[in-house]
Design a protein around this ligand. Sequence first.
Ligand SMILES: *[C@@H]1O[C@H](CO)[C@@H](O)[C@H](O)[C@H]1NC(C)=O
Ligand SMILES: *[C@@H]1O[C@H](CO)[C@@H](O)[C@H](O)[C@H]1NC(C)=O
Length: 261
Amino acid sequence: MWGFGLLLITLRQVPLCSLDKLVSDEEVLLNITKLFRALFSSNLGDQRDILQTLSSSSQTDYQAAVGEEGPSDPCRVMFDTMGFAIERRPSSLQSAGTGVFVVMGTVPKGATVAMYPGTIYQRYEPIFFQSVCNPFIFRCIDGVLIDGNDKGISKAVYRSCSGRDRLGPIKLSDTTWLTAKPYNPLAVGQYVNNCSNDKAANVCYQEFDVSTGFPIELCQYLPNVNYRMDMPRPLRCVVLVALRAIHPGEELFSNYYTVVH
Ligand SMILES: *[C@@H]1O[C@H](CO)[C@@H](O)[C@H](O)[C@H]1NC(C)=O
Ligand SMILES: *[C@@H]1O[C@H](CO)[C@@H](O)[C@H](O)[C@H]1NC(C)=O
C-alpha cells in the first residue's frame, strides 16, 4: 500500500534525451540572450534606471536597436527575433488542462522553444509543503528541483526569493511568469504536457547553469531563483529544445516520466 507522502509527492524526471545534449549550452545561452536583448530594447522607456547603470556603449547599442513602433508585445518580439512564437492554450489532450502551442512561425529542429520557470532547490533543501499535490516540480539529473507552480505557497516563495535578490532598481529574476502575461514569452515550459501514447514527443529538456557573467540588465528575464542564497552558486536553468520542426498550431509535447518520492 502507498503511504500518505508517497501518494502525493511526484516529480517530473528528466527524460533520457537530455543526457545526450542536442545543442550546446553556449548556443542556447546565445539565443536566449538575443531574445532578452530584443525584449529590453522593446521596452526601453521602462528601463531608464537600469540603462543609466550600463556603459555608454551598451546604452548606445540598446538605443540603436529600438524599433520605430514603440513598445511591442513580447510575443511579437519573440517572433521577430526567433522566427516563431508560443502561447498557453487549452491542451488538445483530454483533461490535460493547459498546454503550450506554436502560434506563429515554425520552430526549427534544435531551437530553444521554452524555459522551465520556478524556484530552484538544492537536493538537501526542504520543499515538503511546496511539493504536496504539486504537479509542476521538475527534477534535474543531479537531484536539483525546480518548482514551476504559479499558484499558492510556491508562488509566494518564488516572489519572496525574487524580492530578496534585487539590487536597487535591478531585478535579478522575472516574476511575470506567475501572471497571465509573462514578459519573457519562453517562460511557460511548465505547461508543456507529456505526450500521450499516440503522439511522439517534439521537445526535450536540457539543463544548464547561467554563469555569473550574464549581463545584469537581462537577469530580469530569467524565470528562476535560488531558494537559498547562503552560498553563491550559478543559477540552474532548464530549457525545452525542439526534437523536430514544429509547425503553427501544433502543441508542444515532452516525454518525462514521473518519480514517486
Ligand atoms: C539559435 O538560433 C538560430 C537562428 O535562429 C537557430 O537556427 C538555432 O537552431 C538556435 N539554437 C538554439 C539552441 O536555440
Ligand atoms: C509520458 O509519456 C510516455 C510516452 O507516451 C510514457 O511512457 C510515460 O509513462 C508518460 N509519463 C507520464 C508521467 O505520464
